[in-house]
Ligand binder design. Sequence first.
Ligand code: AMP
Ligand code: MG
Length: 414
Amino acid sequence: MSINWLRVVFPSIIKLPPPLPLRYSSPSSCSCFSSVVVAMSYDKELTAAKKAASLAARLCQKVQKSLLQSDVQSKNDRSPVTVADYGSQALVSFVLQQEFPAEFSLVAEEDSKDLRKDGAQELVDRITKLVNDSLASDESYSVTLSTEDVLKAIDSGKSEGGSQGRHWVLDPIDGTKGFLRGGQYAIALALLDRGKVVLGVLACPNLPLTPINDQHSPNNEVGCLFFAEVGGGSYMQPLDSSSTVKVQVSGVENPEEASFFESYEAAHSMHDLSSLIAQVLLSLSLSIYIYIYVCMYFHACNVTLRCKQKLGVKAPPVRIDSQVKYGALSRGDGAIYMRLPHKGYREKIWDHAAGCIVVTEAGGVVMDAAGNPLDFSKGKFLDLDTGIIVTNQKLMPILIKAVRESLEEKASPL
Ligand code: AMP
Ligand code: MG
């Protein structure tokens, strides 16, 4: 029943708001937001989010650079990532509070508990200096924060999120292991409005501007900023410039041609163990008893491999840390991302919110491994226990089927 028809029939009884132009009205595969989103501009929020994430990326780049230049002994020290992690959160929190003082709620990974402990003063001083140096590099804010200001900014990230109101969602450094290795990491910032992701920004300081599989590219520049607003598409720009391009997920329809992303860390998706088991199974023809034992012992370890076999994916997996995978997928560097963590692991919203909208606005689909959309309205955690799968609209049905069959096979290996 159209709103206009209702107005004619019930002109005085029903007080309806004036019709708003629809900006987005596809029955979205997008799991991040509702199927019909009435025109609601988040442009101001997006501008602020891009600024905050870019500043945080600059801070992280500076720390990673000095980390990589340091001697071997100090490379075993985790404090650089700690400093950059807290610094990034303090910076993003400060910028967003400056821009939106009236309504501010932030769900973020860190809090200041450890920084308030005895012996942490030197760390806090380092973080405070970094944050102030970063703010000084941007002319918008002529302030110098005290250590207490920095701790308070970090603690502003204690919100629980949920289905009411607006909440910023931040992972100040997603992929801390990648950061320490000198590899990929991301600053991931999203905004929830009534439980739906309405904008997302992914700063990826080490991601090449050209496709990751393009080894012949003469351009070896790195540093990408992906951003998306609900109904507005996904875009990428270099971290240090404003030239923007619209991005689109891969249109590959044949799984054999699809390349496949997964976590770099085996502990996050158990790919090493799955490969190992596959090799053992195929080359040594292990007895079925050993096979069952290994499967039981390593839980879901063979799922990824089996999905690959069922899909007929030929290319070897591309292993990347962090939500950089979502960014790379949004511009078609790969076609599938599977994340199948160990049993019992609870996914946090800050590990997926920004990536989810960047991919869906680029035409992709993000679901849990059972084929349900992700629900960001339940607080800090995503309510799922099967893993997360991401691909284009054409491949999603076959990917869901392959995952389902593999999980069934895993549950009854005989
Ligand atoms: P990725 O680099 O894609 O594997 O994801 C990095 C994120 O994985 C981190 O930010 C953590 O929040 C999350 N993580 C930490 N431990 C685990 C785990 N055991 N299984 C799955 N994810 C994890
Ligand atoms: Mg993370």
